[in-house]
Design a protein around this ligand. Structure first.
Ligand code: CO
Length: 489
C-alpha cells in the first residue's frame, strides 16, 4: 500500500481564499478535536494572511490562536505557510527577525514550515530553511508553479534540486492560481520524483476545476501528500474537497484510510458556521475561470475590480487583463502570487489609465526592478529597466543582506506594551497595526479586572459578534487608488 497522505487547509488557505480570512479561533474550537482524530497528515492552521488579519480585523492575538490550537491538536502535525524572507508580511524582514519568528513559531507548536518565494529566488529562503533545520522541525520548500516561456519542467526540477541542497525536507508544488493541468501535474510529479529522494506534496486551488483531476494524476505519478479542504470550504478559489479525494482513492493502492462519516461530521460544523456567519460557498464564476487566459488569481481580480470602480473605470477591466501578461513578460515572468500579483496588477492599471506604458510607476514596481524582491527567472530587459528606474543601479546581493538587524529596535519600541517575545515579533512585522492591537488589548483587560460578572462577559460577546458582522472584507493588497492619487499630484 502506498497510502496518500492528506493535509487539511480549512483553517488557513480555505478561509483565506473564500472568507477573506475571517474565521476566528472561537469558530475553530468546536471542530479541533475531530480534526485531530480523523487521520490527517497535517493541518495547515497558521501563516499566510491569518497573522495580519488576526490583529488588523479580528482583534485576536495570532500567537494565542496557535497556542490554543496546539492544545487541542495533540496527534496531528501543525503546519504554517511562510512567505520566505517576508514571513507573514509583504516586505522582506532582516535575518534576526526571520530567525526569531521561526524559533517562536516552532516553540508555540508549528511542526511543518511551508516556505516559498514569489520569484522562486532560493536566496530568499536560505535564512528560513537554515533556522527551521536548527529547530529540528520539518522544512518544506515550495516550487511556485506558473506558466511562461521560461517556466519549463527543467526550471522547476532545477529549483527543487537547489531547495533540496539547501536542506528542504520535502518539496511542495505550489499552484496558487489553479493553472496546473492534469497532464502537466503528472509530468511534473514524475520529474520531481525521478530527480529527488524527498516527499513531494501538491498544493493546488480548485478555481477552474482542474484540481481534482490534477491531484489524481499526481497520485498516479507518485505524489506523497496532497492538500484539500472540508467540503463547505472547498471549490471556487479554495482547495478541492477532501471527501471527493478520499472517495476517489478508496479501494485502490493509494487509499487514504480516512473515514467519510467522520469527515462529514467535520463538514457539518463548517457548514453551520458558514450559514451562521453568512459566508459564501466556493463557486467558479466566468471571471474566475478566465485565469486560464490571463493567470490573474481570483483574489487579485476582485481587488482590481474594486480599485477600478473607485476610479470610475470598471469598463476598462478587459484592457487591464490584457495588459497584465505584458507587464509580467516585461518584468521577467514572475508568478502572480503575493506580493508580485499586487505589483504587476497596479502597474497594469496605471499603464491602462495613463494611456502610456510605465509613464508612472509605483514605488513597489521600482523596488522590484531595483532587485529588492530578488531575481526573476529571466533578467528584465535593459529598455524596460531604463523606463522604470532610469540609470539607478540594480542590486546583485540577496535583498535582506541590505537590511539592518531589527530585533533590538523592535524590542525597545514595543517595550511600553510588552516584553513578551511574541509581542515584539508582532510589532516588528506590523508596527502600526500591532500598536493599535496592543492598545485595544490593554483596554479590554483593564475593563475585565473590576467586572467579573458573567452578565458583562455576555454583553461583550454580543458586541463583538455585531462588530464582526459589520466588518466588511477589505480589498487585499495595495491600494491602486492611493498610488494614482499620489502620482497625479
Ligand atoms: Co494556496
Amino acid at each position: 500500500m502506498s497510502r496518500i497522505k492528506i493535509t487539511d487547509t480549512s483553517l488557513r488557505d480555505a478561509h483565506q481564499s473564500l472568507w477573506a480570512t475571517r474565521m476566528t479561533t472561537d469558530d475553530m474550537l468546536p471542530v479541533l478535536d475531530r480534526l485531530d482524530e480523523v487521520g490527517y497528515y497535517s493541518l495547515e492552521v497558521w501563516g499566510g494572511a491569518t497573522f495580519d488579519v488576526c490583529i488588523r480585523y479580528l482583534n485576536e492575538d495570532p500567537w494565542e490562536r496557535l497556542h490554543i490550537i496546539r492544545e487541542h491538536i495533540k496527534n496531528t502535525r501543525l503546519q504554517m505557510l511562510v512567505r520566505g524572507q517576508s514571513l507573514v508580511g509583504y516586505n522582506h524582514y532582516p535575518d534576526d527577525i526571520v530567525q526569531k519568528f521561526i524559533v517562536k513559531a516552532a516553540e508555540n507548536g508549528i511542526d511543518i514550515f511551508r516556505v516559498f518565494d514569489a520569484l522562486n529566488d532560493i536566496r530568499n529562503l536560505e535564512t528560513c530553511l537554515k533556522t527551521i533545520q536548527e529547530t529540528g522541525k520539518h522544512a518544506q520548500a515550495c516550487v511556485v508553479y506558473t506558466i511562461s516561456p521560461v517556466h519549463t519542467m527543467q526550471h522547476f526540477v532545477d529549483t527543487a534540486l537547489r531547495l533540496r541542497d539547501l536542506g528542504a525536507d520535502s518539496i511542495c508544488i505550489k499552484d496558487m492560481a489553479g493553472l496546473l493541468s492534469p497532464y502537466a501535474s503528472y509530468e511534473l510529479v514524475k520529474s520531481l520524483k525521478a530527480n529527488l529522494d524527498v516527499p513531494i506534496q501538491l498544493h493546488t486551488h480548485y478555481i477552474g476545476g482542474l484540481a481534482i483531476a490534477s491531484i489524481i494524476k499526481a497520485v498516479e505519478a507518485g505524489v506523497d501528500i496532497v492538500d484539500t479542504a472540508s467540503v463547505p470550504m472547498a471549490f471556487g478559489l479554495s482547495q478541492p474537497p477532501v471527501e471527493t479525494i478520499v472517495r476517489a482513492l478508496q479501494d485502490t493502492e493509494w487509499d487514504t484510510g480516512m473515514e467519510l462519516h467522520l469527515l462529514f461530521e467535520i463538514a457539518t460544523h463548517f457548514e453551520q458556521l458558514r450559514k451562521h456567519k453568512g459566508f459564501e460557498r466556493g463557486v467558479t464564476r466566468i471571471t474566475d475561470m478566465k485565469v486560464f487566459e490571463h493567470q490573474v488569481p481570483g483574489g487579485m481580480f476582485s481587488n482590481l475590480q474594486s480599485q477600478l470602480e473607485q476610479q470610475k473605470a470598471s469598463h476598462r477591466m478587459e484592457e487591464v487583463l490584457a495588459e497584465i501578461p505584458k507587464v509580467r513578460a516585461d518584468l521577467g515572468y514572475p508568478p502572480l502570487v503575493t506580493p508580485t500579483s499586487q505589483i504587476i496588477g497596479i502597474q497594469a492599471v496605471v499603464n491602462v489609465l495613463m494611456g502610456e506604458r510605465y509613464k508612472l510607476c509605483s514605488g513597489e514596481v521600482k523596488d522590484y526592478v531595483r532587485g529588492y524582491y530578488g531575481k526573476p527567472a529571466v533578467p528584465i530587459q535593459e529598455e524596460i529597466r531604463h523606463k522604470i528606474i532610469g540609470d539607478e543601479p540594480v542590486i546583485e546581493v540577496r535583498p535582506a543582506d541590505l537590511l539592518e538587524p531589527g530585533w533590538e529596535k523592535a524590542k525597545q519600541e514595543a517595550a511600553r506594551f510588552s516584553d513578551k517575545e511574541e509581542d515584539i515579533l508582532t510589532y516588528a512585522l506590523f508596527p502600526q497595526v500591532a500598536l493599535k492591537f496592543f492598545e485595544y488589548r490593554a483596554d479590554i483587560s483593564d475593563e475585565d479586572i473590576p467586572q467579573i460578572s458573567p452578565g458583562h462577559e455576555v454583553k461583550e460577546e454580543i458586541q463583538t459578534e455585531e462588530e464582526r458582522k459589520m466588518v466588511k472584507p477589505a480589498p487585499r493588497g495595495l491600494s491602486i487608488l492611493r498610488y494614482i492619487e499620489e502620482m497625479m499630484k
